[in-house]
Design a protein around this ligand. Structure first.
Ligand SMILES: NC(=O)c1ccc[n+]([C@@H]2O[C@H](COP(=O)([O-])OP(=O)(O)OC[C@H]3O[C@@H](n4cnc5c(N)ncnc54)[C@H](OP(=O)(O)O)[C@@H]3O)[C@@H](O)[C@H]2O)c1
Length: 216
C-alpha cells in the first residue's frame, strides 16, 4: 500500500498520560520540547489529529515556535460536526475526513467555511479508514505525516500498522490515572505488544525526547 512516512508524536507524563481525566493537557512538556514539536510540524507535509483533540484543545496546529511553513491540517471528523469557529479553520489548508454518506449539505457548509472534505469508508473497527486517508494523501502529493493524537487516533494508527516512527516527549511529571498516550490496543500478552527499534533518547531541558521506529 502506498502511504506517507508517518511520525506519531506524543507529549506525555513519565507514567504515560497525555492529559488528565478531565482532558487538560496544557502543558505537560517544557517550552523546549514544544519548540521541538513545532520543528516536527515544520518538517511534515501534513499534520493529523482526531475530532476529540480539536474539541478538547482547539489547537491551531501551526508552526509558531520555530521558523518554517505550517503543514496542511487533517482532522478526522466523521460527521463533520466540528464547529467552524475552531482555530483549525484558520491559516494553512484544512482537510476534514468525513464518513462516506455524510449529509451533502454538511459538506457544502464546511467547504464554504474554507475546508476541503474527503470522504472515506469505515475500517474493521467501525472508525474512519486511515489507510484510505493515507492513499488519498499520496494522490495529493502529501508524503510525510505527523500524527499528534489524541489517544484514540494514536491507537488506531498503531493498530492499523501505519506508523513508521514514534517521537515521544516525556516530562518529569506523574498523573496516576489520566488519559493514556495510546488508547486500548486489546493485547492480552506482552508477546503481542508493538515493538520498537533504533531507539534514541536525548535530554531536552528537564524532559526526554525518545525516538524509535516500529519493528515491522
Ligand atoms: N499531550 C499530547 O501529546 C496530546 C496530543 C493531542 C491530544 N491530547 C489530548 O488527547 C485528548 C483527545 O484524545 P481522544 O482520544 O479523546 O480523541 P482523539 O484521538 O483526538 O479523537 C478521537 C475521535 O476522532 C474521530 N475518529 C475518526 N476516525 C478515527 C479513527 N480511525 N481512530 C480514532 N479516532 C477517529 C472520532 O470522532 P468522530 O466520530 O466525531 O469523528 C473519535 O472519537 C484531549 O484531552 C487532548 O488534550 C494530548
Amino acid at each position: 500500500m502506498q502511504k506517507p512516512f508517518v511520525t506519531l508524536k506524543l507529549a506525555q507524563t513519565l507514567d504515560g498520560c497525555i492529559a488528565t481525566t478531565l482532558g487538560d493537557s496544557k502543558w505537560i512538556t517544557s517550552a523546549a520540547s514544544r519548540a521541538q514539536g513545532h520543528q516536527l510540524r515544520a518538517e511534515a507535509d501534513a499534520i493529523l489529529v482526531g475530532a476529540g483533540t480539536v474539541r478538547a484543545d482547539d489547537p491551531e496546529l501551526s508552526v509558531r515556535l520555530v521558523e518554517g511553513k505550517s503543514p496542511t491540517k487533517i482532522v478526522l471528523d466523521a460527521q463533520l460536526d466540528i464547529a467552524p469557529d475552531r482555530k483549525v479553520f484558520d491559516g494553512a489548508p484544512l482537510i476534514l475526513i468525513a464518513a462516506e454518506g455524510v449529509a451533502q449539505d454538511r459538506i457544502y457548509a464546511r467547504e464554504s467555511d474554507g475546508a476541503q472534505v474527503w470522504q472515506v469508508g469505515k475500517s474493521h473497527a467501525g472508525q474512519l479508514n486511515l489507510a484510505q486517508v493515507m492513499a488519498r494523501m499520496i494522490q495529493s502529493g502529501l508524503q510525510t505525516l505527523l500524527i499528534e493524537g489524541g489517544s484514540r487516533v494514536a491507537a488506531s494508527a498503531l493498530q492499523d500498522g501505519l506508523v513508521d516512527r514514534l517521537v515521544v516527549f516525556i516530562a518529569p511529571k506523574i498523573l496516576g490515572v489520566g488519559l493514556p498516550s495510546v488508547g486500548a490496543l486489546g493485547f492480552e500478552r506482552i508477546a503481542d505488544a508493538i515493538q520498537l527499534q533504533d531507539i534514541d533518547v536525548k535530554p531536552i531541558g528537564d524532559d526526554l525526547m525518545y525516538t524509535a521506529h516500529i519493528k515491522k
